[in-house]
Design a protein around this ligand. Structure first.
Ligand code: NAP
Length: 253
């Protein structure tokens, strides 16, 4: 029998990158999945690629409270109850101390932080007791100049995840996070980089990782699914998928 047969999952930011890998792994295991994104073209590309009657895509902006409430309504309509919630969506814009604008700061916190919290608030009534929530945060110590707003917004998610882990204990809902290091996605999760900047970013990722390469979206998805489905005696942890980066491993190279 397929590992996730009968399971229902919601994945925010599931139209490309790590989120799409999580959606694919869930579908491969027999789950039914509702996933979100904003960009219509990317939504269509994901829909075409997945071609499954067990995959439901919804255009939903995590910065919009109306969209978040609408997502819960759609989840109830399409899935009924939910076993796993992956709060994966996120944006990053590289702006130095001098360049950072109030608009960019607010956008990061509206999408990455407020959107993450209210997604959980909105969907938690649908979550089955003994279910699981997995946030996508970021590797500890991934300090890249120009990512103050991004790093701050994700650190806040990390803190929120700990509080929610405590609040959801009575329902036996486990709350964990997957913390990626440098993962090879089309955007590297960072908006507005030139081709050259993206190459530098990727090079820094491969050079600074103790395993001397970037991670793959499938490696992040495997960890996220492990936390959701296999780690049934684990809550309130942040699981690094970073090639040893945040563990202070240096190694002989
Ligand atoms: N790549 C890395 O090296 C890395 C490292 C550490 C952490 N992360 C984190 O890991 C997560 C996934 O990253 P990724 O590299 O896979 O990014 P990605 O390829 O850019 O995918 C991000 C996903 O989030 C969605 N999204 C963005 N803003 C949204 C919003 N306001 N409402 C709803 N959906 C939204 C995107 O859809 P649209 O394009 O349609 O908006 C997309 O589906 C993010 O939270 C990111 O911060 C990434």
């Amino acid at each position: 029998m397929s590992k996730f047969a009968g399971k229902k999952a919601v994945v925010t930011g599931g139209t490309h990158g790590m989120g799409l890998a999580i959606v694919k792994a869930l579908l491969d295991g027999g789950a039914e999945v509702l996933y979100t994104g904003r960009n219509e073209k990317k939504i269509e590309e994901a829909r075409t690629e997945l071609k499954s009657d067990k995959a439901h895509v919804v255009r939903s902006d995590a910065a919009s409270m109306a969209d978040i409430r609408g997502l819960a309504d759609t989840a109830q309509e399409k899935l009924g109850r939910v076993d796993y919630l992956f709060v994966n969506h996120g944006i990053a814009e590289v702006q130095t101390l001098e360049e950072t604008t109030e608009e960019s700061w607010d956008r990061h916190f509206a999408i990455n932080t407020k959107g993450a919290f209210f997604t959980v608030q909105s969907l938690s009534p649908l979550l089955n007791d003994n279910g699981a929530i997995v946030f996508t945060t970021v590797a500890n110590d991934l300090i890249f100049p120009g990512l103050s707003a991004y790093s701050g917004s994700k650190e806040a998610v990390r803190a929120i995840s700990h509080v929610l882990a405590a609040e959801l204990l009575p329902r036996k809902i486990r709350v964990n996070s997957v913390a990626p290091g440098y993962i090879k996605t089309p955007t590297m999760g960072v908006a507005g980089m030139t081709e050259e900047e993206r190459r530098d970013f990727e090079k820094q990722g491969a050079d600074t990782s103790p395993l001397k390469r970037m991670g793959t979206v499938e490696e992040v998805a495997a960890a996220a699914l492990f936390l959701a489905a296999d780690a049934t005696f684990t809550t309130n942890v942040e699981f690094p998928v970073d090639g040893g980066f945040a563990q202070g491993l240096t190694g002989a190279h």
